[in-house]
Design a protein. Sequence first.
Lengths: 678, 570
Amino acid sequence: MSKIKITIDGKNYTAEKGKTILSVAKEMGIEIPTLCYNEKISNSNSCFVCVVKDIKTGKFLPSCSATASDGMVIEASSPEVVDMRKTALNLLLSEHTGDCEAPCTIACPAQASVEEYVRAGKNGNHLEGLKIIKERIPLPISIGRVCPRFCEQDCRRNITDKDEPVAINDFKRLAADLHYEEYMEERPNLNGKKVAIVGGGPAGLSVAYFLRLQGVSSDIFEMMEKPGGMLRYGIPEYRLPKFLLDKEIAHFEKMGGIKIHCNKKLGEDIQLDDLKSKYDAVAITVGSWKPSSMRAEGEEHSVGGIHWLEKIASNNWQGENPGKTIVIGGGNTAMDCVRTAVRLGSKEVYCYYRRTEKEMPAEQIEIDEAREEGVIFKFLSAPVKVRIENGQKIITCNEMKLGEPDASGRRRPVPIPNSEYDIEADTIIAAIGQKTITPDGLKLNKWGDVDINTDNGQMDENVFSAGDCVSGPATVVEAVAGARIAALGILAFFKNEKYKKAYEINVSRGHWQSLKKDDLVFLNEPIVRSRQKLSYIPLEERKTTFKETTRTFTEEEIAKEGERCFECSCTAKSECKLKDYSEEYAAHPEAIQGAKRIFNYDTRHPEIILDRNKCIKCGACVKICKEVINKTLLGFVNRGFETNLATEFDAPLPDSCTECGACIPECPVGALDWRKKA
Amino acid sequence: MIKRIKIGTGSCGVAAGADEVFDFFSENIKDIELVEVGCIGHCYAEPIIEVETDKGSIFYEKVEPKKEFLEKILNLENSSRLQVGGNRTKKEFLKVTELAGKIDPVSYDEYKSNSGYNGLAKALLMKPEEVVEQVKISGLRGRGGGGFPTGLKWSFLAAQKDEEKVLICNADEGDPGAFMDRSMMESVPHQVMEGMLIAAHATGASSIFIYVRAEYPLAIKNLKIAIEDIIKYKINHINGRKIFIKIKEGAGAFVCGEETAMINSLEGKRGTPRFRPPFPTDKGYKGHPTLINNVETFANIPIILREGGTKYAKLGTKNSKGTKLFALAGDLKYSGLVEVPMGITIGEIVYEIGGAVKGEVKAVQIGGPSGGCIPAEHFDTPVDYDSLTSLGAIMGSGGLIVIGNNRCMVETARYFLDFTARESCGKCTFCRIGTTRMLETLERITAGDGCEEDITFLQDLGDKIKKGSLCGLGQTAPNPVISTIRYYKDEYLRHVNEKQCNALECNALVDVFIDKENCIECGLCIKNCPIDAISDDFIVDNSKCTRCNSCIEVCPKNTISRIPGGGISE
C-alpha cells in the first residue's frame, strides 16, 4: 500500500493512502471531536464539529470524510479551528432543548444529586439514597431537618400542584434516620497531610469530611464545650434533637483521622500563626456569632437572639419562663426564639417585623408552626427605643409602610410619621441577623467577613475558609457547599495547583415560574397525588416540651412521595457528547439565541422515548436503522431549521424496537433513549 | 402580405393573457396560419404577437383579445407595435436564444429547418475527444452558476471506463425571479436536447436525465414532445447505442439544484448534498460516473459545434466566453429575459437594456439569493465570472435584480436570506441553524430592535456558515448579507443606532403622515384604511396604523407619505 506524507498541527507523519484525516489524526494521537461520525454507518459529514483547516486551500473540511492526501498541511487545533467548532456547538445548543440536570439539583447549593436519591427513596433503596446524599452532604440528619429546601422551591411539581413540590428534604431525613450509623464511606489510607480546622460547626465538620475522603487528616478546634456550632447552639432542640446531632458528629471521628478538640478558642487557646506553621493547611470555619444591632436607643435592655438561644442550649433546653416576650425580626432565628419562648412557658409571645409576612425571610412552615403554637405577629412595626420605667421594660415602635424596592428586591419599610407607640415586655429579643466575629490576622471584605477566592476558598497561602464567616449568616447546606470547595482548594493546594470548578453547562427548559403545564414533557405520565402530609406531635406537647415537632416520613410515605417526582433531568446526562464537547470548547447554551422548536416526547412506544427537542439531526439513528438493521423506521422530514426526525409514516415505533434498540446507544444526545432511568 | 401569425405562449405570455388572445384569434382568423411560439424575452410587453409578412416581421405588444386589436393587426397598423426599450437591440446578442420565440417549439421540422441538429450531425462525424476539444476551445463555462469549464468537466467523464455513464441536465431552476432555463425549455426544447445528445457522444454516456422542476409544466410538456420526436427519428441512436432519456420532475426543493443533492434525489433519497470527493464524474448516480450541466450550458453546445470552438471563443472576455442569459427584474422599465455578450458592463444591462434611470438605482443583486449586491458605483464592471466574484457577487444562473434608491438594503438582505434559510436542506449545522439565526438577527434589526453587536455577529456567523457548509447553498447563503454590510454598513448602523430606515421601507421604523396643508379632505384615505387608523380630521394614529400604504396609494393629491418615525408600537 502506498504512503502519503501529511502535516497535522505542525507534526509530520507518514500514513497509508486512502485514510481520512480523522483516522490519521487519531493515529498521531491528535484528538478531533465528532458528533455525527459513527464507524458503524456511512458518513453524514453534517455536524461540522470535526472540522479542520486545510492550510493550502484555506478550506475547512469535515475530517471524518475528507481523505488525507499527500502534502496536506492540516490545522486540527488552531484558534480558528477551535472557534469554528465552538460556533458549531453554540448553534447546536441554540436549538437544543431539555434539562441536562434537574432543576432541584441545580438549585441545591451543594449540588446533591436530588433526582437520584429521590428515585432511590421511591424504590426503597434508602441505603443507596444515603450514599448518594452523602457524596455532597455530610450532615444528612441535620440538613434533612433544618434545610430551607432550595430544591423544593425550584421543583417543577409547583406548576401542576401549586405550593406542593416533592417533599425532597424528607428523603434525606428518612435515609439518614434509617441507615446513618451503619453506612461508612470508602476512604483511602491517610496520606500524612494534616489540616487544622478552626470551628466545629457544619462548615468545619464538612471540610474535615471531604478532606478525609481523600486521605487527609484534620484537627478540629471548637471554642464551645461541644461541637456542632449553630446546629447545637442556634437551632432549637424541637427542630433538631441534640442526641441525633451527637450521633451525626460521632461519625466524623469514626472515619479515622478527624479529631475534635473542644474549648479551644482562636486567639486565646490556639494561635493562627502556630496553626499555619504546624499544619499543612488551615481552614477557618468560625461562623457568624455576633448579633446585629437593632440601632435603637436602649438596646442594652434587650438580648441578642443567638445569645439567648445559646444560653438555653447550654442549659440543655431548660430555662426560666421569659414572661411576655417580644422578638424583633423576621428570620429563622426570630422564629426559633419565639417558639423557644413558648416552650419555656410564656403565654404571650410576639414577633415584631418591620415589613409584612410576604417579605419575611423565615421559612413559611416556621411561621405557620409558630402561629399554631400561639405566637402573635405584628407586621410593619420597627423598634425605635427600649427603656425601663419602674422596673418595667418598655419598647417604643414605629408603624411602617412599604416603599420602593431596595437592593434585595423587597420593598423598603418607611416609618409613618408620628406613629410611635409603646408596649411593655418582660423579655425583648433582637433577632435581626448576625455578624462575624473575625479573629485577628484574617483578611476581611467590606462586610467584615473573611475574604476568600471564591473559586477555591483560599484566603492566603495555606489558609482557607468557608461557612458563615465567609458568607455571613446563611444556611447549613450553603456552609456545606462552601466547605467542599475549601476542601478541594486545600487538596489542590497540596499538589501546588489552584482548584477551580470545571466549566459546566446546563441546558434548561426554564424555571417552573416561566413554564405552563403544557410546556412540560414527561418521561412517564405523572401521577396525580398531593404532597404527603407531615405529621406532628400533639400541639400541647409542642407548646410545653422541646420534643421534636415533626415525625420522619415512613418508608411507605416516601415511596408514594417519590412517585410524584417528574424526573426532569436528561436520560443521557452522564453520556451526552454535546454537553461534553460544549464544556470542552467553552460553548454556552445562551451564546447564540433564537427560537427553539418545542415538541412533546414521542412516548407512543412503551419502552422507548423519542425527544425531538434534543435531536441534533446527526442522522445516526436513521442510518443505523437503514444500513445496519435494514429497516427504515426513522427518517428526516422537512427542510432547513424545520428539519425533523420522524418515524415511518409518523406511526409509533413498532414494539419489535424493544428487542433491537440498536439506534439508542448511537444517539449522542439522548433524543432516542430507553424510557426508564437507572 | 401576412404569411402567418405567431403568438408567444410561453409561461410569461400566458400569465399576461396570451391564452385568451390565442383562443380569440383562432376563433376569428380563418385563412392565416396561427402558431404558438415560445418567448422572445420582452416580458414587459406581453402578450406579444409576431406577424410574419413577406417584408419581414412586425411585433405587436400588450395584445388584447378584442376585435379592434385583431383588425389593427390584420391591417398592420402602426399603433401598438412593440417598442423595444432603450438600446436593447444594439446591446443584446442573440445566440443561444436566436430561435426562442421565433419557431414553433415542438416542431421538429421547424427546428431542423433552422440548422437544428446540424451541430449533432457535425459532432457525429468527429471522434468524441475531438468534440470535447471543441468545447474546451470554445471556453464555455458552466452557466448554472459555478462557472466550471465545461470541456474540462466533459473530459473527466469521457476518461471514465464505466459502461454506464450518466448525463444529467440540471433544469431545477430555483432562484426566485430566474427563468432563463424555463424559457429555453419552453421555447427551444430541441436545442437543449441536441446539446445533451452531443454531450452523450462526446463523453460516451448511455443515459440522459433531465431533472426539471414540477412547477414548469409547459417546459415538461414541450420536452416530452421533443423527446418523442427524437425517439421517432432515432436521433438518440448514437454510435450504435440507444441513449436512454428520462425526465425527472423535481418536487421543488431549491437545494436539489446542487448537483450531489440532485443525484440523491434522482436515486429516490432525501435531497441533501454529498461530500466531494468523490466528484460525480467519478462516482455519481447509483455509483456511475455522472456529468451534470445546466440547461443553458447544453443549449450553447449545438452552436459551438456548428460554428466551431474557435469562432465561439471570439465573443466574450479572456476567461468568460460567449453570451449569458439574464432574467432582468426589479426597479427598471423593461424587465425580461436578455442575452448579452460576456464582458458587457452591468451598467449597460441596467440602463441601456433595462431602461432604468441613472441616479435612481442603488444596486443590483446578481446571482439570486446566493449572489451578492453590487452598488451602482461599480456598474462599469464587466459581466464575467471573475470580475463579479471579486466584487463579492457571483455570476450565478442569471438572476439580475435592480434595486432602486427606495429600497432598504437590510430588508433586501433579509428577503434573500429568508429564502435560503427556508431552502436549506437541513443537513449541515452551520447552514441549518446558522442561516435561521442570521435571519432572526436581520428581523430584529428591521424591527428596530437591533444593536451594533448584531452587525458583527452577522459578519462573523456569515463567514463561518460559508466555511462550514458542504454545498453551494450554505457556502453562498450569507452573501446577500455580507455584501450589503460591505457596501451599505451605514444603512445597518442607522437601523441599529438611530432606529431609522433610510429608504423608509422597514415598517417598524416609519410613520405615516398626512400633509394637511395640501389635503383636500376627500376622505378616500379614511375609506380605504382597513383598520380605521385615520381620524375624521385626517390625522393618522400611528400606534394603530399597520403601514399597509393603502391610503398613500389612493390619495389623489399625494399628500400622504411615509416619514422617519417612532415605529409601530406594540
